[in-house]
Design a protein around this ligand. Structure first.
Ligand SMILES: Cc1ncc(C[n+]2csc(CCOP(=O)(O)OP(=O)(O)O)c2C)c(N)n1
Ligand SMILES: [Mg+2]
Length: 616
């Protein structure tokens, strides 16, 4: 007879999670780094009690906002290259829905995270319970159905035994390199507390290892033939290179074949910035070095990338009409985009097999040399815009220069929204793989600080530097207090341009009036003058407003010795961004308008759209 143990569903769930392991550098470690939790009536008695039971094996962390704690959990998964991850549990109703945006963030970025929101009573006796939304026509609908389109796997647990197959499925998804994404197990409140005789075998320790699919022979032959015919090949390195930890294979392959590499936001730091074949950022926020090559490339080897519009310049960047795209991707959905020759495989395996099959084939030397010349020209442009200045309101680029000079390339740099992603993609000189942490799949304002916290949990020995605008800071900053409480130090550089600078610039570029973006252009009785340093200090951070670029560099030097989260605030110019490099981006301009500026912008827009290709 099967040996069983009588546990509540919640106790079974937490016990199961605590027994899932993985191997990092030959050492066995728990695959779940812990559980973020904010309790309410929907989870405190069930999941809360069960988490307490396993607190020594599976630590619980308390946050201030459910979206933020989910950001921290997701960042932890990303900083661990998806090898380890976390769970996040909330009460029902508002607590659960606060995590939906974060679920979408993880979905878009293909990042593992386990959501455990509480749900209404399965028995429906006390309905409607506090925070229950009643559907007039569907008795099975709850607000947690909002998780469905933003979860890779969604399940509602309405009987205690359902948790067994649900957790099995959850682990498959969280550890699958192709399907990887958020899993939501919606936990009915009464069922969390219900007991069942679970088989003891369900709680046996399990060690999960990374799957590395190798390419299909036919697809490999197709990719090799395309590459051998290339005169102007280019590699685009996406986040999949990092998740495969394929940087060495990429460097070997690129060097062997003399193919220049450029990087998406997700793929930046695949190669160190100073690698001679690294042309750095590509696309809308790309370097001139990368984009010049992208325009001419006849074979584009796109590795581990979703080919989002910022990478492809809204499909106007690749101008060679005879080009072939090879999609080396572990996920067929991505591998075959835009009529690419699919090469479905793990990035490292795919690159190793491509290298072997190319048998010493090399791109024409003139193409590789041309790339090196372009890189030098770009570096000169970048040095100019990041140089120090005495300006009262420096540009974002000048602040980036200061952070880079003070902190070097050894830190882990994190950002997500505003003007910074574009400037950092172009200008940040990344070091080791994973040292550049951009959330630019969903570009969620408010990811930054909580994301920094999750990153610091994953990389406790790294200096984690968060760069953030005033808008993002005001949207979600509460986890500064958590970082202080947990002794997880972040260095936060806050660029205060008094509003939504990048959207204001976009508004101007599309012919719009300055309206509702910068604080001064927004309806107000009193123009806000926010003391960010005082605000951050009130949460326990060491905080200071610095008056200049030179003072910022000094303060960053001092901050290295601080043992606590440090926030450095600097005023910046909202109107300046880096002109060098870059590419057109498709943002639809009104076809008719009473404003002549809009009509002029539409004319330019219609011309630019001529460059776009559809489907190839
Ligand atoms: C949650 C969310 N809401 C809205 C947006 C659209 N958006 C992108 S950047 C931005 C302004 C960001 O302001 P700030 O952080 O100050 O950066 P700045 O643009 O000034 O550099 C807005 C509103 C977004 N990306 N995320
Ligand atoms: Mg701003």
């Amino acid at each position: 007879m099967t040996k069983t143990i009588r546990l509540t569903m919640a106790q079974a769930l937490t016990r199961f999670l605590s027994r899932q392991m993985t191997e990092i550098d030959g050492k066995k470690v728990p695959i779940f780094g812990g559980v973020w939790a904010i309790f309410g009536h929907g989870n405190v008695a069930g999941i809360g009690e069960a988490l307490y039971q396993v607190r020594d094996q599976l630590p619980t962390f308390r946050a201030h906002n459910e979206q933020a704690m989910a950001h921290a959990a997701i960042a932890y998964g990303k900083a661990n290259f998806r090898r380890r991850f976390m769970a996040a549990t909330s009460s029902i109703g508002p607590g659960a829905l606060n995590m939906v945006t974060a679920a979408a963030l993880a979905h878009v970025n293909r990042l593992p995270v386990l959501f455990l929101p509480g749900d209404v009573f399965a028995n429906r006796i006390p309905d409607p319970v506090l925070q229950q939304a009643e559907d007039f026509s569907d008795g099975t609908a709850t607000v947690n159905d909002c998780f469905r389109p933003v979860s890779r796997y969604f399940d509602r647990i309405t009987r205690p035994e359902q948790i067994v197959p649900a957790l099995n499925r959850a682990m498959q998804v969280l550890t699958d390199p192709a399907d990887c994404g958020p899993v939501t197990l919606s936990l009915c409140q009464d069922v969390q507390a219900e007991a069942y005789h679970y088989p003891e075998s369900f709680f046996a320790e399990r060690v999960w290892r990374q799957r590395r699919p190798r390419p299909d022979r036919g697809e490999l032959a197709g990719a090799v033939a395309a590459l051998k015919g290339a005169r102007k090949p280019l590699i685009i390195a996406g986040g999949g290179v990092l998740y495969s930890q394929a940087s060495d294979e990429l460097a070997k392959f690129a060097q062997g074949a003399g193919i220049p590499v450029c990087e998406t936001q997700g793929g930046k730091s695949s190669l160190p910035d100073d690698h001679k074949l690294n042309m750095a950022a590509v696309g809308v926020t790309g370097t001139s070095a990368a984009n010049r090559l992208a325009e001419e490339a006849d074979v584009v080897l796109a590795i581990g990338t979703r080919l989002q519009d910022f990478t492809t310049g809204s499909w106007a960047l690749f101008k060679n009409s005879g080009k072939t795209i090879i999609g080396l991707n572990v996920q067929p959905f991505d591998a075959g985009k835009h009529r690419a020759l699919p090469l479905v495989a793990d990035a490292a395996e795919g690159l190793a097999e491509l290298a072997a099959a190319l048998q010493g084939w090399k791109a024409p030397e003139a193409w590789t040399d041309n790339a090196a010349t372009g890189k030098k020209a770009w570096q000169a442009d970048a040095a100019k815009v990041t140089a120090s200045t005495n300006a009262a309101f420096p540009s974002d680029a000048q602040v980036i220069g200061a952070v880079q000079r003070a902190m070097g390339s050894g830190v882990t740099l994190l950002h997500a929204a505003g003007g910074l992603p574009g400037e950092l993609h172009k200008l940040w000189q990344a070091g080791a793989p994973g040292s550049y942490h951009a959330e630019y799949g969903f570009s969620t304002m408010g990811y930054e600080i909580a994301g920094g916290l999750g990153t610091k949990m994953a990389k406790p020995d790294d200096e984690v530097v968060v760069m953030i605008g005033d808008g993002s800071y005001l949207m979600l900053n509460s986890e500064i207090a958590t970082s202080v409480m947990l002794g997880l130090k972040l260095t936060i550089v806050l660029l205060d341009n008094r509003g939504f600078g990048c959207i204001n610039r976009l508004q101007m570029a599309t012919g719009g009036a300055n309206f509702n973006n910068l604080l001064k252009d927004s309806r107000h009785d009193i123009l806000p003058d926010i003391d960010f340093a005082a605000h951050a200090a009130s949460m326990g951070a060491i905080a200071e407003k610095v008056p200049s670029i030179a003072e910022l560099e000094n303060a960053l030097q001092k901050a290295k010795k601080n043992d606590r989260t440090t926030v450095l605030v600097i005023d910046t110019d909202p109107l300046v961004s880096t002109d060098a490099g870059g590419h057109w981006w498709d943002v639809a301009v009104p076809e008719v308008s009473a404003r002549s500026q809009v009509n002029a912008a539409r004319k330019v827009y219609d011309e630019k759209r001529q460059m776009q290709t559809i489907g190839d």
